[in-house]
Design a protein around this ligand. Structure first.
Ligand code: Y39
Ligand code: FE
Ligand code: FE
Ligand code: FE
Length: 230
């Protein structure tokens, strides 16, 4: 049974909650900003999909504004320095891939890994969020499914020539996600978001995405095992 904020009597005004929120809120704001930039960069790498990708980038910048409002609503100032550091690994790998024109790697990092991370985090957050943040997050998560879908459709169409690069990019980037989850677990717990629930939801989304793209169950098992011990 999913616990809800009302049953847990979460004190959104406590110093402990606000302290944890200053980092989680910052992560989400920084994530949305980087997602905005990543889709702009992808629009330059994929001229045929330019309009769609620009549209996605605009959604990301709206998400950022929504989450900034969530922080203000709780009178929390987001710790942006922490958040930049938190994303540094995936950010660096995306930048490196973009510079080398490795579109498949860029799509795996942003449209599969980061979108699945966002979907898991927002799904787990919604039932335990304050009323203001819940409404914002419900709107945002619908968009994130459409971003994941963009990546799935593109990679499914180009599966044969992308498969090897996807496996390589998975091997380099999935361990980073587990490190990020471990880093944020204590703060997430203060917000009544359990690490086990985050991991479960992430693996369901990511596994489904890999399956939709064309990987076999056997491939997915093998790919999912990377970095689980990170
Ligand atoms: O595509 C997007 O909008 C993704 C950038 C946003 C990522 C949000 C990352 C959320 C991780 C939060 C971890 C909280 C437990
Ligand atoms: Fe977003
Ligand atoms: Fe997104
Ligand atoms: Fe390698």
């Amino acid at each position: 049974m999913q616990q809800v904020a009302a049953d847990l009597e979460i004190d959104f005004k406590s110093e402990k909650y606000k302290d944890a929120y200053s980092r989680i809120n910052a992560i989400v704001i920084e994530g949305e900003q980087e997602a905005y930039e990543n889709y702009i960069q992808l629009s330059q790498l994929l001229p045929d999909d330019k309009e769609d990708l620009i549209r996605l980038s605009k959604m990301e910048s709206r998400h950022k504004k929504g989450f900034e409002a969530c922080g203000r609503n709780l009178q929390v100032s987001p710790d942006m320095e922490f958040a930049k550091e938190f994303f540094a690994g995936l950010h660096g790998n995306f930048q490196k891939a973009a510079a080398e024109g490795k579109i498949v790697t860029c799509l795996l990092i942003q449209s599969l890994i980061i979108e699945c991370f966002a979907i898991a985090a927002y799904n787990i957050y919604i039932p335990v969020a304050d009323d203001f943040a819940r409404k914002i997050t419900e709107g945002v998560v619908k968009d994130e499914y459409s971003h994941l879908n963009f990546g799935e459709v593109w990679l499914q169409k180009n599966f044969a020539q992308s498969k090897a690069e996807l496996e390589e990019a998975n091997r380099h980037n999935l361990p980073i996600v587990w490190k990020m989850l471990n880093q944020v677990a204590d703060d997430a717990a203060v917000l009544a978001m359990e690490k086990e629930a985050l991991v479960e939801d992430f693996m369901i989304q990511y596994g489904e995405a890999l399956s939709n793209i064309g990987f076999t169950t056997r491939d997915i098992m093998r790919m999912s095992a990377y970095g689980l011990t990170a």
